[in-house]
Design a protein around this ligand. Structure first.
Ligand code: MN
Length: 295
């Protein structure tokens, strides 16, 4: 079967630098491996030059998606008005860069800080997140951008850990351009079954973006995730959105980012080898007729 999904790779597989030369090199590497899409992190939107990025994407013949996570200083699920306001402004800035560099998707853990909370989310904090995301979705709709909410594991958020929770929050926000951004690494920790999570989001008509990450966030197929049923579920649910490989190593990411995500040991150091391996793995599995378990 031909692959109907865009295959992508997260820019942090290549570089943590946001300057135009680094982004251009990441675009070239992405295309050289055979990917269709580069996910550009917008943790600091002002550092990304949308005009240069757009040109690099075009020259490489690939498209982009954008993502970010908030931190405790920009946490829109906070009860502190100033913190919520900073988060809202960051998201609007990220949306503007997304649109200017020609992407139509902005997602990630954008509903709370990406970090370990020591208490449950509060009703007031959650209401703040709902309000900010409603405004963000409304603004995004004017430029044709889809907003994705990515549930992450319990050590990285206290707001959304599962697809069911993401769907409930989407219902509460009530916008058509909101989707679930499903990440297998997180789903493997929190969901009853990754396959069930895929079907639940797809049946709700809200599965919009998929991160493929191994259980240890290293090479695909070398951890504990059983991939064949996952790819079969994506096929069965007729998922047509991007499938994007995500993996982090302190060989690339900053010490602060590594600390936020608990990257305490490196599963790889060679970006090209890793990205090539992931592309081969995805291509092989997505073209195999895995529906029904036959491969
Ligand atoms: Mn992810």
């Amino acid at each position: 079967m031909p692959i109907t999904n865009l295959l992508g790779v997260h820019a942090l597989v290549w570089t943590a630098a946001a300057d135009s030369a680094s982004i251009d090199a990441a675009c070239r590497s992405t295309a050289a491996v055979g990917y269709d899409l580069l996910e550009v992190p917008l943790l600091e939107p002002a550092e990304v030059d949308p005009v240069a990025t757009r040109a690099s994407l075009g020259a490489a013949g690939i498209t982009a998606s954008c993502s970010l996570g908030l931190d405790f200083d920009t946490d829109i699920s906070s009860t502190d008005a100033g913190t919520v306001e900073r988060g809202a402004r960051l998201l609007i800035d990220a949306l503007e860069v997304t649109s200017r560099l020609g992407a139509d998707y902005l997602g990630g853990p954008i509903y709370s800080a990406m970090g370990k909370y020591t208490r449950p989310a509060t009703t007031r904090g959650r209401a703040n997140a709902v309000r900010v995301l409603r405004e963000l979705a409304s603004e995004a709709a004017t430029s044709g951008v889809t907003i994705g909410l990515e549930p992450v594991n319990r050590y990285e958020s206290n707001v959304l850990n599962t697809v069911d929770q993401a769907l409930a929050l989407i219902d509460e926000i009530g916008a058509d351009n909101l989707v679930v951004h499903l990440d297998t690494y997180h789903a493997n920790i929190e969901e009853r079954a990754i396959v069930r999570a895929v079907h639940t989001a797809a049946t709700a008509g809200r599965l919009g973006y998929v991160h493929v990450g191994e259980s240890h966030r290293g090479h695909l197929g070398t951890g504990s995730i059983v991939w064949e049923p996952v790819f079969a579920a994506l096929g069965e649910s007729d998922y047509r959105g991007p499938i994007v490989f995500e993996s982090f190593s302190s060989a690339v990411v900053s010490p602060a980012f590594a600390a936020a995500l608990g990257v305490w040991r490196d599963l790889w150091t060679d970006s090209h080898e890793l990205a090539g391996h992931a592309h081969d793995y995805l291509t092989r599995h997505l073209t195999a007729d895995v529906v029904g378990g036959a491969e």
